[in-house]
Design a protein around this ligand. Structure first.
Ligand code: SAH
Ligand code: SF4
Ligand code: F3S
Length: 440
């Protein structure tokens, strides 16, 4: 009989994609994935270190699942991913509950490490790699809808944003062999998937050299788009300093490359951007947004913002708000700055903005974004969008739900369509989160 592994995933889409690789690798050791934590003999937590509160949540969760060990002596618990990489053996010392610690580049060792843990030993591997991309491993899909999936195209990060822990926990940047990427996207399409999201910390710096050619991100994107006009292609994340006009023209040429760009600004103040080591100014960021709006007029825009970074003044904060207002982002992910041990900001700059001010600035920013989101949705009323159907709406079984190319959720009355279909939807009204319309 197969042993059961229960895996819980925190953090970004990269971790979601990695968990699918992990389940695939564990099949070798006789494990099948289960959604029932109580029947599992192995529990893995794929962790995130991006902010302190992300780690705190995971500590809390670990305490919660600890009691399962009292009832089941065979149960093994593993911490994998970014927090495993950051804390290494320390995790075993501080947490008696943990049996296995594995960093993001060592997942191929899992069958061996799990066997060690089953034999009653503690097992650790947190070596980072310059080559590992898991290119040959077919992920076991864990998405719920069977319509959209992630495809990892690179790992690690070579940027050194001063606040960010990712380069330390994910290692150096490396691109995955494009042939294996195309193969995986093709397989997904043949299995009924209609949307792939190409993932990397900085997709614009994708780079693969063969003897005859160099494949950059825009070429890779085009190759994936050419698999079928029925396959939507998304990507995340672009870096403002690297996003090229060639990429924008490639998107404009292919209807199935989605009209949505996530372009994290982090701050609207050039002084703060310099301290963050983002390598662009406010003006440069604005120029890139202007280029997007010109080359892909129907493109939606989203961003990431940090409030209360070291030395941030009210003036700097106002510049962040005014940049958001100017760009008119459709949505944003907004965070309070959280100092991460070992990063350049932690070593060189003082985390000097009081918590209260960070929070107040964040609230103000969220309120602004809500206003912008509603404004953007209202401007969609009266337009018709092609919606990729993802299934029955959560709120009502008579409504279907899907997304527009711009990545906005749209619902419309059931009309005999199935998930994976494309339906033209005329938008009649909206809420703050959803476009509401009818199929035509
Ligand atoms: N590679 C991507 C995403 C990195 S992590 C990029 O460069 O955009 C996702 C987001 O978390 C970042 O864009 C940033 O806004 C936020 N973030 C990263 N480190 C943080 C920190 N120390 N404190 C608060 N937010 C942080
Ligand atoms: Fe972190 Fe910057 Fe790399 Fe993004 S680009 S992962 S923010 S170091
Ligand atoms: Fe978190 Fe690691 Fe992603 S730190 S945001 S899970 S790369």
């Amino acid at each position: 009989m197969n042993k059961k592994v229960y895996i819980e995933t925190y953090g970004c889409q990269m971790n979601v994609a990695d968990s699918e690789v992990v389940v695939s690798i564990l099949a070798e050791a006789g494990y099948v994935q289960s959604d029932d934590i109580k029947s599992a003999s192995l529990i893995l937590i794929n962790t995130c270190s991006i902010r302190d509160n992300a780690e705190q949540r995971i500590w809390g969760r670990l305490k919660d699942i600890g009691h399962l060990k009292k009832r089941n002596k065979e149960l093994r618990i593993g911490i994998i991913g970014c927090m495993a990489e950051r804390l290494k053996e320390k995790l075993l010392e501080t947490e008696k509950l943990v049996d296995i610690v594995v960093g993001p580049d060592a997942y191929r060792e899992l069958p061996m490490l799990v066997a060690e843990a089953e034999a009653g030993h503690k097992a650790v591997n947190v070596l980072l790699s310059r080559e590992e991309t898991y290119a040959d491993i077919s992920p076991v899909r864990m998405d719920k809808n069977g319509v959209s999936s992630f495809v990892s195209i690179m790992r690690g990060c070579n940027n050194m944003c001063s606040y960010c822990v990712v380069p330390y926990v994910r290692g150096a940047e490396r691109s995955r062999n494009p042939e294996s990427i195309i193969r995986e996207a093709n397989e997904l399409f043949n299995n009924g998937y209609r949307e792939v999201t190409l993932l990397g910390q900085n997709v614009d710096s994708f780079n693969w050299k063969t003897e005859s050619e160099t494949i950059g991100f825009h070429q890779l994107l085009e190759k994936v788009a050419l698999i079928s006009p029925l396959l939507r292609v998304r990507f995340s994340t672009s870096h403002p300093k690297d996003i090229s006009d060639e990429l924008l023209y490639t998107i404009a040429r292919h209807d199935n490359i989605c009209r949505h760009i996530h372009l994290p600004a982090q701050s609207g103040s050039s002084r703060i951007l310099k301290l963050m080591n983002r390598e662009y100014t406010r003006e440069y960021y604005m120029e890139r947004i202007t280029a997007i709006k010109k080359i892909i007029p129907e493109c939606s825009l989203s961003t990431d913002m940090i409030t209360g970074f070291c030395t941030e003044t009210d003036e700097d904060h106002k510049e962040s708000l005014s940049l958001m207002e100017w760009a008119g982002f459709d949505f944003s992910y907004m965070f309070k700055y959280s100092e991460r041990p070992g990063t350049k900001a932690a070593r060189k700059l003082e985390d000097d903005v009081p918590e209260q001010i960070k929070s107040a600035r964040l609230s103000e920013m969220i309120a602004l974004q809500n206003k912008l989101s509603i404004k953007a949705k209202k401007s969609d009323i009266g337009k018709t969008f092609e919606v990729l159907v993802e299934g029955v709406s959560k709120k009502s079984s008579e409504q279907m739900s899907g997304r527009t190319s711009q990545n906005k959720v749209a619902v419309f009355p059931f009309t005999g369509c199935r998930k994976g279909d494309y339906v033209k939807v005329y938008i009649e009204r909206c809420t703050s989160a959803t476009l509401i319309g009818k199929s035509i």
